[in-house]
Design a protein around this ligand. Sequence first.
Ligand code: NAP
Length: 538
Amino acid sequence: MAYARVVTLIAVAISVERTDAIGRALDSARLAKSQGADLVEWRVDSLAQEPSGAGGIARLVQESPMPCIVTVRDESQGGAFSGSDDERQAAWSAASSAKPSAAYVDVELATIRSRSVLGDSVREMARIAGQSGMDAPRVILSFHDLAGRPSGLSSRVAEIWNEPVGTIAKVVWTARTARDNIEAFELLATRVKPTIALCMGEHGLMSRVLAPKFGGFLTYARSDEQGTAPGQPTTAELQSDWGFRSIDARTRIYGVLGSPVAHSRSPATHNGWFRQAKVNARLFAIEVAPSWESFKATLGELLAYAPLDFSGASITMPHKAHAIRFVQESGGVITGGARRIGAANTIARLSDGTLIADNTDAGAFVDALGETSGRETASRAMDGKRALVLGAGGAARAAAYGIANAGAKVVIVNRTADRATRIAAEFSKASGGSDLDVSASELAKLSGQHFDFIVNCTSVGMEGGPLPDGNPLPEGIVIDQRTAVLDAVYLPAQTPFLKYAKSRGARVVEGSQMFIAQARAQFAIWTGSPPSTAKQSR
Ligand code: NAP
């Protein structure tokens, strides 16, 4: 059935365990309302089992600053209610008889199927609500699976849709991967009555934020640290970070794909720029297990589900080489730089569906270093200069390629010398008509030498890394005010390497500047123009 544009509501979920917590709960609801929530869900699993619980529930409903949902969630569905049928009925009755009544009562399908007396109560509630002009709660008929995707998901949803007592259908499960969100979207797209379809947990954020894109009846937000289900954003986050009210069917979706990716700065950075440039798009952190198979399956599904409008991705560890393979296998275009580096950090989908794989890390090293020289263009700053690249992993390959391609003579040094030698051999071999001046060396042999640029691409100095207090550059290499140094490591901002270089008078570039430079280039690839200033990132 085709639906007209639906305004998806924000329901703030607040647990109220005891009568003495009611005042605080009402304050939280008022705050959530001021932040833009439309509804409050009173989760009264424990309160309903208190001797004066029904009176407390009546007060919550009566004094609720917004229309409310009353929910007594059963233990079997992840809640805390293990009381009697009488207690449950008393809670529903308090929700119904308050003036005004609760707008909705959330009832589990399993509860009305397994307890005939409760089924009768709910049918009576639905009959009264169906009479015109009645101030009575409507029934949200729900199903929850905390353990994961339930088997027979679509037949369970059909069962809920077909049950006449439910005005709203609700299905919530814990996502195993980002791909579960697509199933939630598909349920919303094929709904036969107003439906809530959400995924819990770290993989489920897309389903919560993108409910308006697919016409979901509502999404839940948390009011405080706890929330009532894992993965709920706050009302304020939905509004200010995600621009929830302006998400619609045409919103384009991007992702940062990696593992681990939860703490990536890419969503805040790109979403800030999308907002600033009034681009109707959102970028999500999408955790993808390290294997090629996981990457292929996840990106493949995101791209294949056309209603999602998945338009591009930022690719991070450990998938940069997988990105090249994916685009190659799908007949897309790999830029010369990405091909030579052997890694892509950016995928863009053109309007005709063609995929492009590019590497903006390489240019970002040049841009971020060039900024320290005051030259008109970053690459001018490199021409004929000497650069030392420490490391031989993915970042080092991009740095060596970018800096050498901008005209500098690059020397690579790595703990495992063979890896540096291999990169030098690969890059210095003429290819595409241009030789790059890249050689490998050992630190001991470079003692007393001066380089115009020194770039750390090892993970030495990284918080939580192998040597957080380490400096990858021992004494011996000359560092002074003629030197510009960049540390790809961005946590902490001031690494031991940067502190040391600064103490010698060098100009220093933090890893976060390099991060912003590569993100700006990605943004330009996706939208056609760079973000207006680097300062808008958060
Ligand atoms: P990678 O492929 O794992 O390479 C790690 C490099 O560090 C290798 O060369 C490795 O040497 C070296 N290394 C590790 N432990 C060492 C130690 N104890 N002593 C000396 N060398 C050591 O990682 P990557 O992707 O290239 O990333 C490297 C760093 O750059 C990471 O901290 C990453 O967060 C950062 N990065 C930042 C940005 C940004 O936007 N700012 C972008 C990309 C990467 P071996 O070959 O001997 O193992």
